[in-house]
Design a protein around this ligand. Structure first.
Ligand SMILES: Nc1ncnc2c1ncn2[C@@H]1O[C@H](COP(=O)(O)OP(=O)(O)O)[C@@H](O)[C@H]1O
Ligand SMILES: [Mg+2]
Length: 385
């Protein structure tokens, strides 16, 4: 049953229920298929190679986080869970996840086929994405998707509306999980918020990615676009290159000819969503949504920055490489303290929204800081990979 390309061949029946119709794609630790049940219904199936998955992909009870999180969500702008299970094929154990099949295409497929020409359509797509994100961020557990990209948003073409649906919870994490690690390998840095390079994720990092997707829909490329191949450079070098690019002011190509109904208010929205300081971004997906609808006015973040002190107006710095001892370490600690202050302020300002969770979040930030600064001092068992 094993072919050189995929684990399951066409015609294979998985767990006596799912008849394989088509192999879709192979990723580092999972393969995806179109399958059908006996009653003829179509489904999307993801097969996880347990032996290739990173430890951070599992929760404390050894359940796969992608399955555990996606089974809890229920919203029209998110993909819909149907079933999951485990199977042994050959010598290996696999997990599988079955989702309702979305008849449509990803945003990147759509952009390659026919870029959007109406600003209204782009706003409608973004309204779907932000409504889906808002649902995730408002769940009691607060789910951060962590991989909002044009490949992970599908346009559901089964109805008449332009319905955007967020798929692929492969890097999603609960905001309050005690260990905040996630495997960043293979993620598209162009859509990742800068603080995620230090494994600090929050609703604001998803908001950055949503802003990057909107920028791509308007201008055809992600903001501060850079071709990055981690075959040519290692992950740290690639991240440093991206961070350096982001010191530049965001540019907005002229699109009034290509995008009918384009409104330059989009530029204020994008500057805010893509701000390097998470606190200066929209504080929630619904605030982003209100700005998109024109229900709230968006300030020009460049002008707001002028009022701030020079120090706080500086772009966020990468702290990952702050190591060593003596004065270097002390200087690094100051940067980390500044970073912690800005990372937790939103939570502290909204205690009712985050009641009871503040402590966990602070501990998560503190632990990340310790990991980053104290790589040399922590016992190896406590070090993050
Ligand atoms: N529910 C779905 N229905 C139909 N196609 C889907 C569905 N979810 C994902 N896909 C398609 O399968 C591809 C891979 O799925 P995804 O969950 O993104 O896995 P990966 O981790 O490999 O990126 C997507 O890019 C999309 O084309
Ligand atoms: Mg994907």
């Amino acid at each position: 049953m094993k072919s050189g390309k995929s684990v399951l061949e066409k015609g294979y029946v998985l767990d006596e229920k799912y008849h394989v119709l088509l192999f879709i794609k192979s990723a580092r630790d999972a393969e995806t298929y179109r399958v059908k049940t006996q009653d003829g219904s179509l489904y999307f199936l993801k097969l996880f190679h347990y032996h290739k998955l990173d430890r951070s992909a599992f929760d404390d009870d050894r359940n796969l986080l992608e399955i555990e999180l996606v089974r809890k969500v229920d919203h029209k702008n998110l993909s819909t869970y149907r079933d999951s299970g485990e199977v042994i094929i050959g010598a290996h154990k696999y997990g599988y996840l079955v989702m309702e099949f979305i008849s449509g295409e990803t945003l990147s497929e759509r952009m390659a086929r026919a870029p959007f020409t109406l600003y209204l359509d782009i706003k409608q797509v973004m309204t779907g994405v932000l409504s889906g994100l808002d649902h995730l961020h408002r769940m009691p557990e607060v789910i951060i998707h962590n991989e909002i990209t044009p490949q992970n948003i599908m346009l559901d073409l089964s109805g008449n509306d332009l319905l955007a649906r967020i798929i692929d919870f492969g890097h999603a994490r609960s905001f309050f999980q005690s260990s905040k690690t996630y495997n960043k390998a293979g993620l598209d840095l162009n859509y990742m918020a800068s603080e995620c390079f230090n494994s600090i994720f929050s609703p604001q990092s998803d908001i950055f990615s949503a802003g990057a997707v909107m920028y791509y829909l308007l201008f055809g490329l992600p903001p501060w676009h850079r071709e990055i191949s981690t075959f040519d450079v290692d992950q740290d070098t690639a991240e440093d290159m991206v961070l350096k690019d982001r010191l530049r002011k965001l540019r907005f190509p002229e699109v009034t000819e290509q995008i009918i109904g384009y409104d330059t208010a989009a530029e204020l929205i994008l500057k805010k969503a893509l701000h390097q300081d998470p606190d200066s971004r929209f504080q929630s997906a619904s605030e982003f949504l209100q700005a998109l609808k024109g229900d709230i006015e968006v300030e020009d973040v460049d002008l707001v920055q002028k009022i701030l002190s020079d120090e706080s107006a500086l772009p966020r710095v990468r702290v990952k490489n702050v190591q060593g001892s003596g004065f270097d370490a002390i200087a690094g600690m100051q940067e980390l303290k500044d970073q912690l202050r800005t990372e937790v302020i939103e939570v502290l300002e909204n205690p009712e929204e985050y009641a009871g969770m503040v402590f966990h979040y602070l501990m998560g930030c503190f632990y990340t800081a310790l990991q980053d600064v104290g790589k040399h001092f922590l016992p190896s068992i406590l070090r993050r990979k």
